[in-house]
Design a protein around this ligand. Structure first.
Ligand code: PGA
Length: 259
């Protein structure tokens, strides 16, 4: 396992050109000053990708901080009103694509089947997919969270052929985000994160045929600059997916430099 962690900023549907330009330049300045070594990915709203890619290029920081998108069309260019394709994102050097976030599953009714097509599209294009999985509070109360996670993983990855699973394991990242922890200020406990990540690894070992090589697993859900050090030190946590705290340059860079 690489010692470098992957820290992903999910800006969701927030900001304006002015606000996000300032946020980006503050993140770049602090990352340079603190010589952050962890890998950083920023997922801005689509309409700000052009501005972000210019800022990163201008500051010659294009390799330390890379760009991604919060969602992706499962189709190539064509008559799909309202969708954005991988080819379009490529023009802004997007390397990562978030798929199956619980807000997309719940608010926009995205099914496991649609999610699996998006996963396939990203991997086929040799980009990195971050597949989000996570249980609701009700599912946790019913004690069926492991069943839910296993099913989301199996269905989400179902369209990848055995050859893809063997050759593209580095293009696949899993983000475990318990829904009840997202945006609530209440992250999962250290014990829960440890045991759930261990469970996810076990399922991934059955899905990926390469010995000792499974996708990285990130934790997400109320990660902040106070709990990040502890969370990122957990064995089996390869990084974090950060929502709210990534909209504050100081907090976000504290998280990125916390290990
Ligand atoms: P949060 O969001 O850090 O605000 O809980 C995480 C996410 O939704 O990815």
């Amino acid at each position: 396992m690489s010692l470098k962690k992957l820290i992903v900023a999910n800006w969701k549907q927030n900001g304006s050109i002015t606000k996000l330009r300032l946020l980006t330049s503050n993140i770049i300045k602090s990352a340079k000053k603190l010589k952050v070594t962890n890998n950083i990915v920023i997922l801005p709203p689509y309409v700000h990708l052009a501005m972000l890619s210019k800022e990163l290029e201008k500051n010659k920081f294009g390799n330390k901080i890379v760009l991604g998108a919060q969602n992706i069309s499962p189709f190539d260019d064509g008559a799909f009103t309202g969708e954005i394709s991988i080819k379009m994102c490529n023009e802004f050097s997007c390397r990562y694509f978030l798929v199956g976030h619980s807000e997309r599953r719940e608010i926009f009714s995205e099914s496991d089947d649609l999610i699996s097509l998006k996963v396939l599209k990203v991997v086929e294009n040799n980009k990195k997919v971050i597949l989000c999985i996570g249980e609701s509070l009700l599912q946790r109360k019913k004690n069926i969270q492991m069943k839910v996670l296993s099913s989301q993983l199996k269905k989400g990855l179902s369209k990848l052929s055995p050859t893809m699973r063997r050759n593209k394991v580095n293009n696949i990242i899993i983000a475990y985000e318990p829904i009840w922890a997202i945006g609530t200020g209440r992250s999962a406990s250290i014990e829960d994160i440890y045991s759930t990540h261990a469970y996810i690894s076990t399922v991934l070992k059955t899905l990926f045929p390469v010995k000792d090589k499974i996708p990285k697993i990130l934790y997400g859900g109320s990660v902040n600059n106070k709990n990040s050090s502890e969370i990122l030190s957990i064995n089996g946590v390869d990084g974090a997916l950060v929502g709210g705290a990534s909209l504050n340059a100081k907090k976000f860079i504290d998280i990125c430099s916390s290990i």
